[in-house]
Ligand binder design. Structure first.
Ligand code: HEC
Length: 214
């Protein structure tokens, strides 16, 4: 077998596959076998609660119909539904959720993704995505306001004229200021992405607004 070029490449191929399996599956499994998997309720944090309450103030009627009061339980429900919408609308066709340790990606997207970040119920299965037509979303939370997302989901071209992202009018009851339950849930999910990191944008600013009794 080693006499031919093809044979050498074949063995090298199996070797690389085995190495990838070892480094990407076996080693992380051993490293993190003690780390408990968090439930959705456990990943609800102050940052996403801030955004969720903001949604309830900005869209009081649709919000009340969909989730009632902005409680932590309601937020967990919204996150579950939001993730289902993300999957159902195939957002993962164009968006990844993994900042790679190459090509200075962290300069554009924020801190490189780490294994522990995926150790929770909302990452089963992980939405790594298939390719990047649009930007990586793993640190999307807090980058834009809720109303920005509403307008953008309703019609991306309103904000980015050359955007190839599809419109999602069925996440609204008629207009961009009337997101329905699925629309509100998707915004909550997108605002949650990266909320487990201190690099969550504007958070200190948000905190000081909150402490002033907003
Ligand atoms: C056909 C590919 C495509 C699909 C499908 C798609 N997007 Fe996008 N998305 C893009 C592109 C390209 C951009 C950058 C231009 C823009 O902002 O519209 C973008 C931008 C975004 C942004 C703004 C990122 C930022 O901070 O500037 C968010 C958030 C987003 N998409 C979420 C979603 C969600 C959620 C879905 C599913 C409902 C989705 N996208 C479906 C291609 C896509």
């Amino acid at each position: 077998m080693l006499e031919s070029k093809g044979g050498i490449l074949f063995i090298a191929g199996i070797g690389f596959f085995a190495f990838a399996f070892l480094s990407n599956v076996a080693v992380p499994m051993i490293m993190f076998k003690e780390l408990p998997e968090q439930t959705v309720e456990e990943v609800v944090n102050d940052r996403i609660m801030y955004q969720f309450s903001e949604l309830s103030q900005r869209y009081p009627e649709p919000f009340r119909l969909a989730f009632g009061e902005p409680s932590e339980e309601a937020c967990a429900d919204a996150l579950r539904l939001g993730r289902q919408v993300y999957i159902g609308e195939a957002c993962w066709h164009c968006h990844s959720q993994f900042v790679r340790p190459v090509s200075n990606e962290s300069r554009r997207y924020g801190p490189v993704s780490e294994t522990w970040e995926y150790q929770n119920e909302l990452q089963r299965p992980v939405m790594f995505g298939t390719r990047r037509v649009g930007p990586d979303l793993s640190r999307e939370g807090g980058r834009h306001g809720n109303d920005w997302h509403a307008v953008h989901f309703y019609r991306p071209k309103t904000i980015v004229p050359e955007s190839p992202m599809p419109e999602y009018p069925w996440l609204f009851d008629g207009a961009p200021d009337k997101p329905n339950k699925r629309g509100l849930a998707l915004i909550t999910y997108v605002q949650w992405l990266g909320s487990w990191l201190d690099s969550y944008p504007y958070y200190e600013e948000l905190e000081s607004i909150q402490s002033e009794g907003y």
